[in-house]
Structure formats: structure tokens, C-alpha cells
Design a protein around this ligand. Structure first.
Ligand SMILES: [Mg+2]
Length: 189
């Protein structure tokens, strides 16, 4: 029987915390972006990004209930490998938060990279280790797509790549759906 892998992103998928990305622009000015603004930000020449908030203890973390419950349930099943896969560079603050607040033992895998390919590569490595039933959840559409792409290469592996939307407001969800429909219609032109 194939092995089962369940993978969760951390920020804005399992929990929200107060953290910004600082952008130092060519002219020396510094601005801040929320993670969702950063996801859509088109870098300009000379921009330098500083992720210091993601390398320290979590600031006012709150679990996203629906997805966190799913994580708790899955951790009870010894037949499933359950992993938190994060672009962060430090796993300790995440581990400490889940341990102290919920008594959960989790070891986050840190990529220190927000390149979607790095998440997909990590999943692919597990396919080569014999995992044939994989589910992945992330609030970044780019990450979700990168992982879903693996399905073409591995048609016999069950890959379910899910966009986490629980952290969005209803108007943000509406906008997301509208954008998606618009994009789909473009592919038919
Ligand atoms: Mg995220």
C-alpha cells in the first residue's frame, strides 16, 4: 500500500500572526507589506526585502480554526505523515507555539525560500520515497499551482493541492473567485 502524506503551510493557512515584509527601495525609503500584499507585489529594480519578522518569535499568533482542527485530526492518525512546510527560515517559533498553546508535537520543515518550486520539489522528493497519496494546503495560489503541476508528471499519484481561503474576508473571497473566472475565460480566447 502506498504511503500517505499531508502537508500544511503555516502562515495564513494554519495560523495568522502579525508580521510584515520590509522593502527597502532604491531611493533608500522603506515600506512594509503584509504577506498577502507581498504575494501580489511586483518587485522593482533595486528593491531589497527584509523578512526579519518571520525570523523571530510569533507576534500575537491565532490559529485558523478550521484548518488547525484538520491538522489536529491528522496528527492522531499514525498512518499519515503530517508536515508543516514553511517558507520561513526558523521552525522553532512555530514548534514552540503549537507545543505551549496546544500541547502538539510538530516539527516544521523550513525552506528559507518563498519560491513555489521549492515546495513542489520537497513534495516531489516524497513521491520518489514512495508516497502515493498526497494532500497539500497553502494560501498562496502560486504554491498550490506548483504542487498541482506534479500531477502531470506523476499521473498514478493522488495529488490534492488545495488553496486555503479561511483567512480571507468574504469580499476577498469574492474577488478571488472573480479573478479566477476571468483567468479561466482568458484561456479560452
Ligand atoms: Mg502562507
Amino acid at each position: 500500500m502506498g504511503r500517505i502524506l499531508r502537508v500544511f503551510d503555516f502562515d495564513d493557512t494554519l495560523a495568522k500572526s502579525v508580521a510584515y515584509i520590509y522593502v527597502k527601495h532604491k531611493d533608500g525609503k522603506e515600506t512594509t507589506l503584509s504577506p498577502s500584499q507581498y504575494a501580489k507585489y511586483k518587485p522593482k529594480r533595486g528593491d531589497e526585502f527584509d523578512f526579519r519578522d518571520f525570523n523571530s518569535m510569533l507576534n500575537n499568533p491565532q490559529v485558523i480554526k478550521k484548518n488547525f482542527k484538520l491538522l489536529q485530526q491528522m496528527l492522531k492518525n499514525p498512518n499519515k505523515k503530517v508536515t508543516i512546510l514553511t517558507a520561513r527560515a526558523l521552525g522553532f517559533p512555530i514548534r514552540k507555539f503549537f507545543k505551549d498553546e496546544y500541547g502538539l508535537d510538530v516539527y516544521p520543515v523550513t525552506l528559507a525560500s518563498n519560491n513555489p518550486k521549492d515546495k513542489a520539489d520537497w513534495i516531489e522528493k516524497h513521491i520518489s520515497k514512495g508516497y502515493t497519496d498526497i494532500a497539500f494546503m497553502d494560501d498562496s495560489l502560486k504554491n498550490v499551482r506548483a504542487v498541482q503541476q506534479l500531477q502531470r508528471k506523476y499521473p498514478d499519484v493522488r495529488i490534492k493541492s488545495v488553496l486555503a481561503v479561511e483567512h480571507l474576508t468574504s469580499s476577498q473571497k469574492k474577488k478571488l473567485i472573480e479573478n479566477h473566472i476571468e483567468e479561466l475565460s482568458k484561456t479560452y480566447l
